[in-house]
Design a protein around this ligand. Structure first.
Ligand SMILES: [Fe+2]
Length: 196
């Protein structure tokens, strides 16, 4: 029987492209989601066609692929996760999450660590809040396409600090992008990741 190749899909955004305004513009979503994210998805599908990875899931690709295929698959995973970290509905962390955050110095201190890591990350990459092996929190950065999903960490929250994420709305001002990012964080999603 001929194996049918299940393409890696560009997931629907969980909100309209204009829904994150004024903190993130529709134009940014048009480019970041509609062009950059889509390009990673298309590249993965081109690279896996007719190979041993043709039927692999995105998670399998991130865990097992190397080189260009890993880079593109990890960027798909990272972006899928990133869009879910944002919400047009303004939120604050729920009770459980607040209790957990208080154990590590509270939300403000964690945000300060996250911002510092984001602003100081040289070049392109990602800032993450992850659950460490002891169930606590850790702020980590990853360069280019690297992802904590590969290291067995549970990702709770991420911010894409590639220039393509903020250049339209904030030009070179990564700090200003971060300020707007915090207005959009989907704390319900972060809390659900913590429980997982
Ligand atoms: Fe991106």
């Amino acid at each position: 029987m001929v194996k049918t190749h299940t393409a890696i899909a560009l997931p629907e955004l969980p909100y309209a492209r204009s829904a994150l305004e004024p903190y993130m513009s529709r134009e940014t979503l048009d480019f970041h989601y509609g062009k950059h994210h889509k390009a990673y998805v298309d590249k993965v599908n081109t690279l896996i066609a007719g190979t041993e990875f043709a039927d692999a899931s995105l998670e399998e690709l991130v865990a097992e692929a190397d080189g260009t295929l890993f880079n593109n698959a990890a960027q798909v995973w990272n972006h899928d996760f990133f869009w879910n970290c944002l919400s047009p509905r303004r939120q604050t962390p729920g009770k459980e999450l607040t209790r957990a955050l208080d154990k590590v110095g509270g939300l403000e201190s964690l945000q300060a660590q996250f911002d510092e890591a984001a602003v100081n990350l040289f070049g392109s990459g990602w800032v993450w809040l992850v659950k460490n092996s002891a169930g606590g929190f850790k702020v980590v950065t990853s360069a280019n396409a690297d992802t904590p999903a590969r290291d067995g960490h549970t990702a709770l929250l991420t911010c894409d600090v590639w220039e393509h994420a903020y250049y339209i709305d904030h030009r070179n001002d990564r700090g200003d992008y971060l300020k707007n990012f915090w207005e959009l964080v989907n704390w319900e999603f972060v809390g659900a990741n913590l429980e997982s």
